[in-house]
Design a protein. Sequence first.
Length: 113
Amino acid sequence: MLIPWLFKETSIDDFIDQDGESRISQFMEDPRSVQPERELYTAQLVKLAREALGDLTEREKMILYRRFGLFGNDEMTLEEIGAVIGLSRSASASSRRKRNENSANVWLHSAAS
């Protein structure tokens, strides 16, 4: 088998250059380190999500937060959410259809204006 001879194992403590000044580990990202760009992106995404959900009722927000595991909530199935709030799956689906129709009407109305 030829593949083992094609690749040389390298330690992260090996030097990158001949001068012995730079180690491989110096150029590796630490997943535990603070990443300002990622934190800014996440903060902006959270802000946009909260704004987009702003016109929902508290109950609708709670359902979405739990359904998709948003804002620190555990992800739950519709059946689990229904059990928590006392709503059957069919009533939940009906409510979702109604909400989708209302959203479509708002979008169509604003597009026509």
